[in-house]
Structures are given as structure tokens and as C-alpha cells.
Design a protein around this ligand. Structure first.
Ligand code: ZN
Length: 154
């Protein structure tokens, strides 16, 4: 019984993560364009056909608002929704740090703790071909914030 229970536990985690991803895909947060944007950036992932456009507005050193439009697979669009949701309103350094932690969770050793809904995408790291779908939004955001490192160009 114990092993069955453990198996069910692991399965329902996956199920929960899948539901979070689908919820963001079907009901994207921060979808559209911000009012009076300070900048916009287009990014695409030709491997999968994902496209995003980010618009954002800064107030002082704060990322006052950020929004996206785009099309593509559920992972790329859900990641954009989760990321915009996570960073909107943060001070610029905090937004950069969050995007970097998310990136690290997908391509490095980061566990992605305290990333909120973005943690639901942790399983993507096991599917290298889909990692670019998930990192498209955070690479674009880092570029938008002038913080892209080599290899993070959108
Ligand atoms: Zn994709």
C-alpha cells in the first residue's frame, strides 16, 4: 500500500503542475499590451514556432507593468503568463533575479524554490527540446531589462 500511496503522491504533483500550466495557457495573465509602454520586444523560438511580444512600462526603478501577446505551444505561452505575473510590479533587480532563477531551474541546477506558479514548469528541464519554449519569455524579459547574458539572447 505504501508504495502505491507514494506513486499516487508523485502522480498528483505532476497532475497539479499540468493543471497550473493549462490554466495559464487557457487564461493567460497579463495578456495584451501595457498602456503607454516604455518598450517592446519580439522574440521567437523557431524550433517550435513560438512567438512572443513583450511590452513593459517602468516607473523609477520598478517594472511597473509587463504584458505579452503571442502564439505557440502551451509551455511557451504559459511560461510567459507566469513570468509576467511574477515580475509585474517588482523593482528591476528583483524582476531580473526572478527571471534568472527561473532560467537556472530550467537549464542549471536551480530547484526553482519560491518561484510560485513557475515551479510548475520544472519538469520541462527533462525535455531539452522544450526548454527553449519555456525560456523564451524569460530570455526576452532579461533582454528587455538590459540584463541578458551571453546565451540568453531571445
Ligand atoms: Zn513551444
Amino acid at each position: 500500500m505504501l508504495s502505491v500511496a507514494v506513486g499516487i503522491g508523485a502522480g498528483s504533483d505532476d497532475e497539479l503542475f499540468r493543471e497550473i500550466i493549462l490554466d495559464h495557457y487557457r487564461h493567460p495573465r497579463h495578456h495584451g499590451r501595457v498602456e503607454r509602454p516604455d518598450g517592446s520586444l519580439e522574440a521567437d523560438n523557431p524550433l517550435c514556432g513560438d512567438q512572443l511580444e513583450l511590452t513593459w512600462r517602468v516607473e523609477g526603478d520598478r517594472l511597473a507593468d509587463v504584458a505579452f501577446t503571442g502564439q505557440g505551444c502551451s509551455i511557451s505561452q504559459a511560461a510567459a503568463s507566469m513570468l509576467c505575473d511574477g515580475v509585474a510590479g517588482l523593482p528591476r533587480p528583483g524582476a531580473i533575479a526572478l527571471a534568472r532563477r527561473f532560467h537556472e531551474m530550467l537549464v542549471g541546477e536551480g530547484r526553482g524554490d519560491d518561484l510560485g506558479d513557475l515551479e510548475a514548469l520544472r519538469g520541462v528541464r527533462d525535455y531539452p527540446v522544450r526548454v527553449k519554449c519555456a525560456t523564451l519569455a524569460c530570455n526576452a524579459l532579461l533582454q528587455a531589462l538590459g540584463a541578458a547574458r551571453e546565451g540568453e539572447a531571445a
